[in-house]
Ligand binder design. Structure first.
Ligand code: PEP
Ligand code: CO
Length: 434
C-alpha cells in the first residue's frame, strides 16, 4: 500500500484496531450529511470553503492555548472572507486528527544510522533515534483520545460565545491597529465595522441571535492510516449509509491518490464528504477516472479537489484539468492549497515558503477559474495562531536569517497568525473588487 506503515508488531496493531472499533465515533454521520450539503452549496458557487491548521499536529500541543489560537485565527479569516465574498464561509480546521504524515522517503539516514522517517505523532516520535522512530500502534489510541479532547474544546468554544461576531471583529480591529502594515487593511476593516453598525441600527440584536454568536466549525485531516480510519467507520442509523467518523472532512493525499490504490478504494465505499489533493503529476483523464470512482452519482458536495501546484506551475496544469472536468460534466468543489507546491530550502537549510508565492498561486487560481467560468470555491492553508517564523515575507518581512528565531513546526512551514490574516484581507479585497 502506498505510504503504508510497517508496524513491527502486527498483533499489537490489530489489538489496537479492535479496541478502536468499540469506541464512540468522534463525529456523527448526521453532521457529515449537513457538512456535505454545505459543500454542495460551495460547489454550486453559493458558499466558500476555508480550511487551515498545522501541517502535523503534535500530541504535546493538545492544550487550550494552541487549539484556541488556531481556532481564533481561522474565525478571524472567515469573517473577513465572508464579507469579501458575500458568501457563507464553511470553516474547517486541519485539526483534531492531523497526526499522520506521508513522506517522500520512508526512511532516512542520520549520523550513519538508518531509521524510519517521522510519520506523525500517531505513528512515531520525531527524535532521530531508531527507538523513537519505531512505529508504535498504541499511538493510534493516543491519537483518538487527543482528537476527542481537541474536538471537545472546539465544540465548547464555538457554541459558547468565543466565536461571536463582535468578538472576532474586535480581534480583527486589534490586528489592523497593531500590524506594521495594518493601514493597508484598514479600509476593509472599517467597512465590516460599518456593516455591523448598520445592522444594529436596523434593530438586529446580534447578541441574541445564534447566527452571530455561534459557528459551525468542522475538523479535517489526511486519511492516511486506513486501519485507523476503518476502525472508526459507523453506520448512519437514519439513512443506513456508512461513514468514516474520525473527523468531518477527510482527504486523500497527493501520494496516495492512485486510481487502483487502497485509499481511493476505501473512500469509494463510504458516504462521507471527501477531498483529494491534486498535484502536478495528475493527468486530465486520470483525474476524470478518479472522480468517476469517488463520485459515481456525480453529486454536489461529495468531492472537493484541493489543487497544489506551486505559483510557477499552476497556470500550466490547472486549466487543462478544469477543462477536462467541466467537459465531463463532473460536479466538484475546486479549492486551492497554495502551500505544498511552494516549499523550498532556505539558505539556513529549513523548509520554507514565501508569502508572495502563496499569494501568487491564489491569484492565479482565481484567474484560471474566471477564464474557465468555473467557481474558485475554497482555500487551504498550513497556518498557526502563534507568532512563528517559518514562512518568509508578509508585513513583518520575515527573512531567511529570521527563520531560526521561532521555527517550531513538526513538519511543513506554516503561516503565522499575522501572515494568515494578511492573506485573508488581501483575498477578501480582491474578491470584493470582482
Ligand atoms: C499535507 O497536506 O500536509 C500534504 C502532505 O499534502 P500533499 O498530499 O498535497 O503533499
Ligand atoms: Co504539509
Amino acid at each position: 500500500m502506498a505510504q503504508g506503515i510497517p508496524w513491527p508488531d502486527p498483533e499489537a496493531y490489530e489489538a489496537v484496531l479492535e479496541e478502536l472499533r468499540t469506541k464512540p465515533p468522534l463525529v456523527l454521520p448526521s453532521e457529515l450529511r449537513t457538512m456535505r450539503s454545505q459543500l454542495a452549496a460551495a460547489a454550486r458557487g453559493e458558499a466558500f470553503l476555508l480550511q487551515g491548521g498545522d501541517c502535523a499536529e503534535e500530541f504535546a500541543r493538545v492544550h487550550q492555548a494552541h487549539i484556541q489560537d488556531t481556532l481564533k485565527v481561522l474565525l478571524q479569516m472567515a469573517v473577513v472572507l465572508t464579507y469579501g465574498s458575500a458568501l457563507p464561509v464553511i470553516k474547517v480546521g486541519r485539526i483534531a486528527g492531523q497526526y499522520a504524515k506521508p513522506r517522500s522517503s520512508l526512511t532516512e539516514v542520520i549520523n550513519g544510522v538508518e531509521m524510519s522517517s517521522y510519520r506523525g505523532d500517531a505513528v512515531n516520535q520525531p527524535e532521530p533515534t531508531p527507538e523513537a522512530r519505531r512505529p508504535d500502534p498504541n499511538r493510534l489510541l493516543e491519537a483518538y483520545h487527543k482528537a476527542s479532547q481537541t474536538l471537545n474544546l472546539i465544540r465548547a468554544l464555538t457554541k459558547g460565545g468565543f466565536a461571536s461576531i463582535e468578538r472576532v471583529h474586535a480581534w480583527n480591529r486589534e490586528f489592523v491597529k497593531d500590524s506594521p502594515v495594518g493601514e493597508s487593511y484598514a479600509a476593509l476593516e472599517r467597512q465590516i465595522h460599518a456593516a455591523l453598525g448598520f445592522m444594529r441600527a436596523c434593530g438586529v440584536d446580534t447578541t441574541g441571535l445564534p447566527e452571530f454568536q455561534q459557528v459551525d466549525f468542522y475538523t479535517s485531516h489526511e486519511a492516511l492510516i486506513l486501519g485507523y480510519e476503518d476502525a472508526l467507520v459507523r453506520q448512519d442509523p437514519e439513512t443506513g449509509g456508512w461513514y468514516a467518523c474520525s473527523g468531518h472532512l477527510l482527504w486523500i493525499g497527493d501520494r496516495t491518490r492512485q486510481l487502483d490504490g487502497a485509499h481511493v478504494e476505501f473512500f469509494s465505499k463510504l458516504d462521507n464528504p471527501i477531498a483529494m489533493k491534486v498535484g502536478p503529476s495528475m493527468k486530465p483523464d486520470e483525474l476524470n477516472r478518479l472522480i468517476e470512482k469517488l463520485n459515481p452519482h456525480n453529486e454536489y458536495g461529495r468531492l472537493t479537489l484541493i489543487t497544489r501546484f506551486g505559483a510557477d506551475k499552476i497556470v500550466r496544469h490547472l486549466p487543462r484539468l478544469v477543462r477536462a472536468v467541466t467537459r465531463a460534466g463532473q460536479h466538484v468543489l475546486w479549492c486551492c492549497d497554495p502551500m505544498h507546491g511552494n516549499t523550498f530550502k532556505s539558505e539556513g537549510g529549513q523548509k520554507t515558503r514565501h508569502f508572495h508565492h502563496i499569494l501568487a498561486e491564489i491569484k492565479r487560481f482565481f484567474d484560471v477559474h474566471r477564464a474557465e467560468k468555473t467557481f474558485p470555491g475554497g482555500l487551504h492553508f498550513e497556518l498557526t495562531g502563534a507568532d512563528v517564523t517559518e514562512c518568509l515575507g508578509g508585513g513583518q518581512e520575515i527573512e531567511d536569517w529570521n527563520l531560526a528565531e521561532r521555527y517550531l513546526t513538526a513538519c511543513d512551514p506554516r503561516l503565522n497568525a499575522q501572515q494568515a490574516l494578511e492573506v485573508a484581507f488581501l483575498v477578501a479585497d480582491a474578491l470584493k473588487a470582482r
